[in-house]
Design a binder for this molecule. Structure first.
Ligand code: FES
Length: 358
């Protein structure tokens, strides 16, 4: 609540400055401060007590949320690598952390709005330029430090210090580089990102199966306008310890059916689709998010990360957004039993284009 001195200071602060504004016709009147409104907690001791109770209850709730998050980490381990275990682990830890942070935030806001001092005051803006004397003193302090440390004079020490500081970054770079795949004498292309991203589990005759349950898909099951999230059949049989996630990250595909006449197909790709069914890599060519939003009416695929859009009718060409190249197409056909199969692997690397591609 503002006292008398503060109120006078407020009035003075909101008076137009002499010689400014009023002399020239001032189209905007200073509205001043709205009248101060007392809060319930300032007028009613019962309301104040209630607010105190609410705030500490929220803080205890936050404490419980944090404890629950730690307990959930132990109660729902992910060591067996199954999808169900990972889901429960993420869900319950997430709920605990959400409860902890939300209660803490709401409690702090309620505390400041309902209970902390409600006094109004004006903080005047001062010129940001320091006084000349302060600036001179700062320059002098630097000059003294330079003189006393010999930084400018002792060039050998200074230069060796620069070299040492720059070199100290190198171990970090080398360690991070170690995380990337490397070539070996047996496999000289193992560290080449283009080769890594070009080879996926798709191969001639590999069935397209539903992600994640692994059931194969007949062409007849793919109705007009529908879209399927698809993985290679062999991938569905891999366990998490055999690199399931790494392989899946490269091989995920979105498949949909259009009317064949809606497809604009290049001459050399006419047999890459089957009766209007087309399949494209789901890994965005911008920075690799899953492109999973299919707009049935426009036949556009949308990447939710930075809104790149791809035209399914036209080889998934980019029609909007930062992606630089179309989504790679998976050539498909059907086998003797009518199940959809790949004709080959992708013919180009999947995913982002941050390196030079061959
Ligand atoms: S990752 Fe898809 S638009 Fe950026």
């Amino acid at each position: 609540m503002a006292n008398d001195d503060d109120s006078k200071a407020l009035e003075r602060a909101y008076q137009p400055s002499p010689g400014l504004g009023v002399a020239v016709s001032d189209p905007v009147q200073n509205p001043g401060l709205p009248p101060h409104r007392e809060r319930m907690t300032d007028k009613d001791p019962k309301a104040e007590k209630r607010a105190v109770r609410t705030v500490y209850t929220l803080f205890y709730l936050s404490l419980a949320g944090s404890i629950w998050a730690v307990a959930a980490y132990m109660l729902f381990p992910i060591e067996d690598g199954s999808l169900g275990a990972i889901r429960y682990n993420n869900l319950f830890i997430g709920l605990g952390i959400a409860l902890a942070l939300l209660s803490l935030g709401i409690g702090a806001i309620h505390w400041s709005k309902a209970l902390m001092s409600d006094k109004e005051f004006i903080e005047h803006r001062h010129p940001t330029r320091g006084k000349d004397s302060t600036r001179e003193a700062a320059v002098q302090a630097f000059a003294d430090a330079n003189e006393e440390s010999g930084f400018g004079r002792r060039t050998m020490i200074r230069n060796s210090l620069f070299a040492a500081v720059i070199a100290s970054i190198i171990p970090g770079v080398a360690l991070f580089r170690g995380l990337a795949p490397h070539s070996t004498p047996e496999d000289p292309t193992a560290g080449d990102p283009v080769v890594l991203l070009k080879q996926t589990m798709w191969a001639e005759g590999q069935r397209l199966v539903r992600d994640p349950d692994g059931t194969p898909i007949r062409a007849a099951d793919v109705t007009l306008g529908s879209a399927f999230h698809v993985i290679p059949e062999d991938l569905a049989e891999l366990s998490h310890h055999d690199g399931y996630l790494e392989e899946k990250a490269k091989a995920i595909v979105l498949m949909m059916r259009l009317r064949p006449e809606q497809l604009i197909e290049a001459e050399d790709r006419k047999d890459w689709s089957y009766d209007g069914i087309v399949a494209y890599s789901k890994v965005c060519t911008h920075v690799g998010c899953p492109v999973a939003l299919y707009e049935q009416q426009t036949h556009h695929l949308l990447c939710p990360c930075h809104q790149s859009q791809f035209d399914v009718t036209d080889h998934a060409k980019v029609i909007f957004g930062p992606a630089a190249r179309p989504l790679p197409q998976l050539p498909i056909t059907v086998d003797d039993e009518g199940y959809l199969v790949a004709r080959s692997d992708f013919t180009e690397p999947v995913g982002p284009s941050f390196w030079e591609r061959h």
